[in-house]
Write a protein that binds this ligand. Structure first.
Ligand SMILES: [Zn+2]
Length: 221
């Protein structure tokens, strides 16, 4: 199976979307991110399909955001239309019942819409001891029913998650190491920080200094 089709569910669980201007048109893939390296990886896996082909890869100024983003956009294709019909009802994303949470799908979901949370309320925090509290997934944009599908599938994998009042999902700290082993290493250096569960200082440093974001680029690049 082509990598792009394998990881597509994870990308759509995160920030990517499938766009379709009219019912009579086919859908295209659209994805924005501050990291050039990650977007370049996505561009390459799309171009490996030989059918979708990236039609645009461009920096896009987003004055309302602190960082400006890079955008990957594919040509329209009927395979993407099938996926659009599987994922969207009246242009609103819904979790497909048949979603498969493979390690690669979970990896790109975590990269796109997951984050580490740290136990800052622990009294030993001030002494420099920063235990990991867990992993959160931004599922607040989905309905409770949609999120139920993800909760059931995560439980079946041995990663039972809780659900907050905001409908975000969270995995407790004792399962984080197993979860990260299950999904494997990050796709590119940009997201190394999300794997730094033993060192809060390294996590913060890597998170804020990736040289491929426009904000962090040197003038000579
Ligand atoms: Zn980066």
């Amino acid at each position: 199976m082509e990598i792009f089709i394998e990881i597509l569910d994870g990308l759509i669980l995160g920030d990517a979307c499938l766009e379709r201007r009219k019912k009579t048109h086919n859908a295209r893939y659209h994805h924005e991110c501050v990291h050039y390296t990650y977007m370049n990886y996505i561009k390459q896996v799309i171009n490996q399909t030989d059918t979708f082909i990236v039609s645009d890869f461009y920096p896009k100024e987003r004055p309302t955001l602190p960082n400006s983003t890079y955008t990957v956009c594919s040509y329209v294709h009927e395979i993407l239309t099938e996926q659009e019909e599987r994922w969207y009802t009246n242009r609103i994303k819904h979790i497909p019942e048949d979603i498969r949470l493979t390690p690669n799908v979970l990896k790109h979901w975590y990269i796109g819409d997951g984050w580490l949370s740290w136990n800052t309320s622990n009294k030993r925090y001030k002494e420099g001891w920063n235990p990991i509290h867990g992993i959160c997934f931004a599922t607040e944009g989905f309905s409770f029913e949609d999120t139920d599908i993800l909760l059931d599938k995560m439980k079946a994998l041995g990663f039972p998650c809780g659900r907050g009042k905001d409908n975000n999902m969270s995995l407790r700290g004792s399962l984080v190491k197993d979860f990260l082993s299950y999904i494997g290493t990050p796709t590119c250096d940009c997201y190394d920080y999300k794997w730094q569960i033993g060192d809060r200082g390294l996590y913060e440093n890597l998170k804020n200094t990736c040289s491929c974001t426009r904000e962090n680029q040197q003038p000579s690049l």
